[in-house]
Design a protein around this ligand. Sequence first.
Ligand SMILES: C[S@@+](CC[C@H](N)C(=O)[O-])C[C@H]1O[C@@H](n2cnc3c(N)ncnc32)[C@H](O)[C@@H]1O
Length: 213
Amino acid sequence: MNKSANFSNIHKFYDLINSLLTLGFDKSWRRQAARNLKPGNVLDLGSGTGASYEDLKRFDVVALDPDENMLSLNKFQNKVVGMGENLPFDNNYFDNIFCCFVLRNVDNIEKTFNEVSRVLKKDGKFILLDMSRPRNNILKQFHKIGTYIVMHLIGLITFNLKEYRFLHFSLDKLPPPEELLVDINLEKKMLKRIGLFGFVYLGVFENQNLITD
Ligand SMILES: C[S@@+](CC[C@H](N)C(=O)[O-])C[C@H]1O[C@@H](n2cnc3c(N)ncnc32)[C@H](O)[C@@H]1O
């Protein structure tokens, strides 16, 4: 796991802070993302405390996360400690992979996408929800100042300045999704901006590769 994002330190506050930061919209964004799932099983990649539980509970779910403290609060029955870069599953195993607010935390995105494509069945779906920055330059600057102030404030109040500083800086860690998600080994079905000023994005991809061993 990325050493600068130690979710263990903030696992007890994670859901509350997430809801505060997104004014409760994170739930409706996850719900919107989950509408794109196809019938079958689901890997909740970077499941954390299981914030997707209500949206995924009707499916057969494996919740994977590297952080045991986050997983200790997770209500899914089938929980696995592991990382996106090295998924402990057979080829062509899942009908869906659901991945919310995780991509900025993985150390190796290319490896993670390769693993996603390997463990997804052919025509399996990869649903990706994450935060970025607004596309408009003025709004982007406003957003940067806003997240700087809010994240530092929460970090100071909860005595976890390092973790919340990371969450602020991680928003600039990756290129915008329109650039980042061009050359990946999954077929893009949809990529759209949502949320205030479009600082959140939702991507839906399909796996066209069948791995034969
Ligand atoms: C911001 S939380 C998101 C949790 C949950 N998916 C949600 O919707 O709220 C990010 C999660 O990604 C996990 N994570 C960090 N590095 C990871 C990696 N390399 N592979 C998979 N998950 C990772 C963290 O432990 C943390 O639980």
